[in-house]
Design a protein. Structure first.
Length: 248
């Protein structure tokens, strides 16, 4: 097939497995609009979304304006967030040549979480988890390690804050739901290990900050943390101090 004939498809959140199986076809070039795509300024989203929206959804709009996909599949169910519902409406208006398909992912088949529990630098591990959204089958033959730290939450917009964690960090929260391909699984999202020091993270202005702070207060060795677009020195200093005081 001529490369120029491929449809450019954007995804927001985790569309249902049936959608991802469709997009696995060579007819589509898929872009994860939640992640920064090249050198795109997030400020291009400012005329369309208020700055009290999280950096992820503002990144979605900035990417969409740059890429102008032929079709966007956006999860507007409880597996994503209420703000995604309104972002879909905005995208529909500002991209008249793009078809906006609202999805609701209620998939319940467990695909497992081997990446979340393996020994790997946390940046690489999180990148592999976000990439797994586009792979409609589970990973196999990945060895589990004993955790010495935990990262609970969503994949941050700025992965650099993950550099400070040891390779034996286990991932919890919504990122764990991502790998399991069940973004609406609240029981899995709320799970944490009370025996390892854990950072509970959410993007600033995200509704998940409430759950992150609540679970951190219940954890005997928990740190609640949020940041917006980029992880500044103060955020990284908090993580470093927390891990050092916890014996990492």
């Amino acid at each position: 097939m001529n490369e120029n004939k491929r449809q450019r498809a954007g995804i927001v959140g985790i569309p249902p497995l049936s959608v991802m199986e469709l997009l696995a076809s060579p007819e589509y070039e898929v872009f994860d609009l939640d992640e920064p795509q090249g050198k795109t300024s997030i400020e291009t989203a400012s005329p369309f979304l208020p700055k009290v929206y999280c950096g992820i959804l503002r990144t979605v709009v900035a990417n969409s304006l740059k890429i102008k996909p032929d079709i966007i599949y956006i999860d507007t169910g409880s597996g994503k967030c209420d703000c995604a519902v309104h972002t879909a409406t905005v995208l529909e208006d500002i991209l008249p040549n793009t078809r906006i398909v609202r999805t609701r992912n209620h998939d319940a088949t467990d695909f497992g979480i081997p990446l979340c529990r393996t020994k790997m630098n946390l940046m690489g591990k999180m990148a592999a988890i976000t990439a797994s959204v586009q792979i409609p089958f589970p990973y196999e033959d990945i060895m589990e390690c004993t955790p010495t730290a935990g990262f609970w939450g969503v994949p941050p917009r700025d992965f650099s804050l993950l550099k400070l964690f040891p390779d034996t960090t286990h991932i919890y929260g919504w990122a764990r739901c991502m790998e399991n391909k069940t973004p609406d699984n609240l029981d899995l999202e709320m799970h944490f290990n009370p025996h390892v020091p854990t950072v509970f993270f959410a993007q600033s202005f995200c509704a998940k900050t409430a759950l992150a702070r609540h679970l951190a207060s219940k954890h005997p060795y928990g740190l609640y943390l949020d940041c917006d677009v980029t992880a500044g020195n103060s955020v990284k200093a908090k993580i470093q101090a927390f891990l050092e005081l916890s014996g990492m």
